[in-house]
Design a protein around this ligand. Structure first.
Ligand code: ISJ
Length: 379
C-alpha cells in the first residue's frame, strides 16, 4: 500500500461511510489506518478480542471494536510540516456555560466537604459551529500539532466520528510487562517546564497514583505486599500548551496472566478522569454534569495484538533465528482532549479534577485552556 495515498484512502473510506480508525502513538512517526470492509458494528464482550477498542466512560455501556481480522491495514510515515503553526483560537465565552460550570464545581466542593468523596473530575461539553468539519484535515492538523500525544480519528456510521490528541496512557501490556501512569494537575505552559506545583495539585495527583497502585495490587491478588512495582517520582510533562504532573508505574505480571478485563475493571475510570472513591464520584458526575460523556474519558487503542520479533541476529545462534518470539500487546489510552463531529457542529469535551481546595473560577479557566488545544485544529 503506497503511503502517499494514506490520507486519500481514509477520505475514500469516510466518503463510503465505512468504519475506520487512524492513529499515531506518542513519539513515533508511523500512522496506522484500519479500514473495516463492511459496516457491521462489533462489540468487545470481555476485552479478549484482538482489534482496536473504543470504550465509553461508563463501563456499563457497550465497548466497540474494529476487529483485526477482515480489516485492511495501512501504514504511513508521517513527517510534520514546519509551517504548521495553528493559532490559539479564543472564541467568545458563553456566560451561561461559565455559570453552569462554576456552580457545578461549587456543588462538587460542597459534596467533598460533606465527605461524599475526596476528589471528583467535573467536565463540560462545548459545541462550536464550523463550516469545515472535515475529519481528515483535522486529523492531519492534530498530527502536526501534538507529536507526543496519542492522536486518533475513529469512525463508525452507527456510532459517530471522534478525534483527539490525548497525553494519557490507561495501560500498556507487552507480554508480562505492564506500564501505566498517573496524570493530573494542570497549568498553562509558558515556555518553561521547570515549574512550581502547589500542594493542592500534588495531592490531587497523588490520589491518582495511590489509587492505581492499590487497584493493581488488589486485582493481582496481592493486597498485602510483595508485588514488585516500580513507581517513579512526580515529574512535569508538557501536553501542547499545558503542563501536567505525572508518575510512571510499571510491574511484571505473573507468568500466564492473560485476562485484561480484571485490570481494566480495576483501573478504569481512574481518579484522573472520574474521582475517588470511584463509584461515588461517578454517580455524582452522571447526576450533575448535565450531559452524557459518551466516549470522552473512556479509553481506546490496540487490544491484544500479536507482536512477533526475530529472536537473535547473532550468527552463533543461527538456529534460533527461525523462531520468532511472540508477545501479546495492548496499548490503551484515555480519551481526553477529544471532539465529536456531527455535521457542521463539533462537540468538545473538557474537564478538571476538583478537591476541597479547588477554586471554581480557576477550574472554569482550566477547561477554557483545554478547549483551546482542540479548537486550534478546527478553524
Ligand atoms: C479531565 C481531563 O484531564 C485530566 C485532568 C487533569 C487535571 O485535573 O488537572 C489533568 C490531566 C488529565 O488527567 C481533560 O482534559 O478533560
Amino acid at each position: 500500500m503506497l503511503s502517499d495515498h494514506f490520507f486519500e484512502q481514509l477520505k475514500a473510506q469516510w466518503d463510503l461511510q465505512l468504519p475506520f480508525v487512524a492513529y499515531k502513538k506518542p513519539d513515533t512517526s508511523t500512522v496506522k489506518g484500519w479500514l473495516q470492509k463492511d459496516d457491521a458494528l462489533h462489540c468487545s464482550r470481555d476485552f479478549t478480542e484482538s482489534g482496536f477498542v473504543f470504550a465509553p466512560f461508563d463501563s456499563q455501556r457497550e465497548s466497540f471494536l474494529i476487529p483485526f481480522e477482515n480489516t485492511a491495514l495501512l501504514t504511513h510515515n508521517f513527517v510534520a510540516s514546519d509551517s504548521a503553526e495553528y493559532a490559539i483560537v479564543v472564541t467568545p465565552m458563553n456566560t451561561d456555560q461559565r455559570e453552569f460550570h462554576v456552580n457545578l464545581v461549587q456543588k462538587g466542593i460542597a459534596a467533598i466537604k460533606q465527605d461524599q468523596f475526596k476528589k471528583v473530575v467535573l467536565s463540560r461539553r462545548e459545541t462550536v459551529e464550523t463550516t469545515h468539519a472535515d475529519p481528515i484535515p483535522i486529523f492531519e492538523r492534530l498530527l502536526n500539532t501534538y507529536p507526543t500525544a496519542f492522536v486518533y480519528c475513529w469512525y463508525h456510521p452507527k456510532v459517530g466520528l471522534w478525534l483527539g490528541a490525548t497525553p494519557e496512557t490507561l495501560v500498556k501490556i507487552r507480554g508480562n510487562r505492564l506500564n501505566t501512569m498517573a496524570l493530573a494537575g494542570t497549568q498553562p505552559f509558558k515556555g518553561e517546564t521547570d515549574v512550581i506545583w502547589k500542594d493542592k495539585e500534588r495531592e490531587e495527583q497523588q490520589i491518582v497514583t495511590d489509587f492505581i497502585v492499590a487497584q493493581l495490587r488488589n486485582s493481582m491478588g496481592d493486597a498485602t505486599s510483595n508485588l514488585k512495582m516500580e513507581v517513579s517520582s512526580q515529574h512535569t510533562v508538557r501536553a501542547g500548551n499545558l503542563l501536567h504532573l505525572k508518575t510512571d508505574i510499571a510491574l511484571q505480571l505473573a507468568p500466564g496472566t492473560k485476562a485484561l478485563k480484571p485490570i481494566l475493571e480495576a483501573l478504569h475510570p481512574t481518579p484522573a478522569v472520574c474521582g475517588f472513591p470511584k463509584d461515588k464520584a461517578k454517580d455524582f458526575i452522571i447526576a450533575n454534569e448535565g450531559y452524557p460523556r459518551e466516549f470522552y474519558a473512556g479509553f481506546l487503542g490496540e487490544l491484544n495484538l500479536k507482536e512477533t520479533k526475530t529472536r537473535n541476529t547473532n550468527r552463533r545462534n543461527v538456529e534460533n533465528n527461525a523462531y520468532g518470539v511472540s508477545k501479546v500487546v495492548s496499548n490503551l489510552y484515555v480519551n481526553l482532549r477529544c471532539m465529536q463531529l456531527k455535521d457542521s457542529k463539533v462537540n468538545l469535551y473538557v474537564g478538571g479534577g476538583i478537591t476541597k481546595d479547588s477554586d471554581p473560577v480557576s477550574e472554569w479557566e482550566e477547561t477554557v485552556h483545554k478547549s483551546q488545544i482542540i479548537k486550534r485544529v478546527i478553524f
